[in-house]
Design a protein around this ligand. Structure first.
Ligand code: CUA
Length: 202
């Protein structure tokens, strides 16, 4: 026996759909619509979008800008790496390259900065330990994030994008000093107990 497609198939397929199947299809369809609506909704309301300003940048131009930034605000050095303390409100530059983060940044708790991230060679990943902050660092793009450190301390920058044999050695540092003035607004209610919420803010 073979089937031609012209004759009606055998069985009882023409009987009305069972009620439970109708319910199931309705639920599945409604859920599909919910998930579909979540996509634009989360984009607008999810608070997940980086506060980024993106520009194309030439690797050499970025390298020069980082060098200028270091020369301007260097306050010391840490194992051969310059330590840079830019004033609150300023533009801060971090350069990723195989296999280091340049320079060590010294920021003030509660102050706002624009943190520029770019790579001068391959893709790297910026993740701030132990906070839940993750960004791609892409050559050719200057990614400016508006950040406000909400907890004082030392934070490690770990590379989370495989970038060659020295990938696991690619560790940088951000030092956050406690808010300078006594009774400064940011120090009263620290985000110390809530690491996920701190780090990068809109
Ligand atoms: Cu840079 Cu991995």
């Amino acid at each position: 026996m073979y089937h031609t497609g012209i004759e009606a198939p055998q069985g009882i397929w023409w009987k009305p759909v069972h009620k439970s199947e109708k319910i199931w299809v309705s639920i599945a369809f409604a859920w599909c619509m919910v998930l579909f609506a979540m996509m634009p909704l989360w984009h607008l309301r999810g608070g997940q979008n980086p506060s980024g300003i993106r520009h194309r940048v030439d690797a050499n131009a970025y390298r020069a800008r980082v060098a200028e930034f270091i020369a301007q605000y260097q306050v010391g050095s840490d194992r051969g790496m310059p330590v840079v303390a830019p004033p609150p409100g300023s533009d801060v530059y971090l350069q990723a390259q195989m296999w280091s983060w340049l320079p060590v940044l010294k920021l003030e708790e509660g102050a706002e900065y624009v943190l520029h991230l770019s790579s001068v060679d391959v893709n790297h990943g910026f993740s701030l330990f132990p906070l839940n902050v993750n960004f791609q660092v892409v050559p050719g793009y200057d990614y400016g994030l508006r950040v406000r450190p909400t907890a004082a301390g030392e934070f490690e920058i770990l590379c989370n994008e495989f970038c060659g044999v020295g990938h696991h050695l690619m560790v940088g540092k951000i030092i956050v000093t406690p808010a300078a003035a006594a009774g400064a607004p940011a120090s009263a209610e620290g985000a110390r107990s809530e690491p996920q919420a701190s780090g990068v803010h809109q």
